[in-house]
Design a protein around this ligand. Structure first.
Ligand SMILES: Nc1ncnc2c1ncn2[C@@H]1O[C@H](COP(=O)(O)OP(=O)(O)OP(=O)(O)O)[C@@H](O)[C@H]1O
Ligand SMILES: [Mg+2]
Length: 314
């Protein structure tokens, strides 16, 4: 059923001893989208991935993955998902090709299908030349690509990627992003954790921020950026007279008369930008140039995590 979300989770809880890692997590991920879970080291991202991929059990709560109940139908869940863990599943003693063949066997693909799928993945992940070398000789980027290729052998509908690009150079990272985009274009759902906020910004349809066991914010990258202060519009004027009339039109703003620049606080929305422009227009203010500055995800992350007292939950 295409209308059903790929992942729903309600009230997921998990503790290690008396350390509460997940304190009631709700998630909803539509099919064919990328969902990114952000959080500081130790926030519980890998724990969440492990629970949703049946590797460990939750202490409480429930989840459905690809239409199957996590606790009642773990085998059906396993058959629909792929997991690329934070730490590589590649066997160093085997060649790239052998690693893939092993996965094909684990998925009970017949020999012919297995061989075809293996060849196709080696091609897709640019590993044809390295196929017969042992994985021990691979670079970090090659190993990461092989790891993801192994995840794809079973043609999963939902893929969990736990920090898939940590340690990759910018080119390899971009290559990985491209692969993720192609998978999503093919209808696959991606659940991604990352330390690189730029990565979430690039790939994710929706982002959730995990902190102190709870989801403290959820939304599109733009929605999250709008939630924290710091966004502003800079208006530059040709002369003092225009600057003065702008001050009269928009009211209290910080000004720099030397550079003829006004800084107007702004929430990043199109509506408030339009309201500002309309007001300047109504007052016949001549603006020389305008630039909009929105906080980036780094600002969001720092504002939302790590310092409990400062967090204002939605
Ligand atoms: N097997 C375990 N036994 C005890 N504590 C654990 C275990 N696994 C994880 N933890 C604890 O649970 C918390 C969350 O760990 P988790 O690996 O989910 O964090 P993470 O968000 O993935 O961090 P990172 O960004 O460093 O990968 C940490 O405090 C960790 O020490
Ligand atoms: Mg982790």
């Amino acid at each position: 059923m295409p209308s059903q979300p790929a992942i729903t989770a309600t009230g997921l809880r998990r503790s290690y001893g008396d350390h509460v890692v997940l304190d009631g997590i709700d998630l909803k991920v539509p099919r064919g989208t990328v969902f990114s879970l952000l959080g500081a080291n130790g926030a519980g991202k890998t724990t969440t991935v492990k629970i949703l991929s049946t590797l460990i059990r939750a202490d409480g709560g429930s989840a459905r993955i690809a239409g199957h109940d996590l606790s009642a139908e773990p085998d059906a869940v396993r058959a629909s998902i792929g997991v690329t863990g934070q730490f590589s599943a590649v066997d160093n003693l085997l060649t790239g090709q052998e690693n893939l063949t092993l996965m094909a066997d684990l998925h009970h693909l017949d020999r012919k299908t297995g061989r075809r799928r293996t060849a196709q993945l080696l091609e897709q992940f640019d590993l044809v030349d390295a196929a017969r070398k042992t994985a021990a000789t691979y670079s970090g980027g090659m190993r990461r690509r092989l790891d993801l290729a192994m995840t794809l052998v079973g043609s999963p509908q939902v893929i969990f990627l736990d920090e898939p690009t940590t340690g990759l150079d910018p080119r390899s990272r971009r290559a990985m992003w491209q692969i993720v985009r192609e998978l999503v274009a093919g209808g696959v759902t991606i659940f991604l954790t990352t330390q690189y906020l730029e990565e979430a910004d690039e790939l994710a349809d929706r982002i959730a921020v995990l902190d102190h066991g709870k989801i403290v914010a959820e939304g599109t990258a733009d929605e999250l950026k709008r939630r924290i202060p710091g966004g502003h519009v800079l208006l530059r004027f040709a002369d003092e007279r225009d600057l003065e009339s702008a001050v009269r039109a928009v009211g209290q703003v910080s000004r720099d008369s030397d550079t003829l620049v006004l800084r107007v606080p702004h929430d990043g929305s199109l509506r408030s930008l339009k309201a500002l422009l309309d007001r300047l227009d109504r007052n016949a203010v001549e603006v020389d140039s305008l630039s909009v500055h929105t906080p980036d995800l780094d600002d969001v992350f720092l504002a939302l995590t790590g310092n409990k007292e400062k967090v204002t939950a939605p």
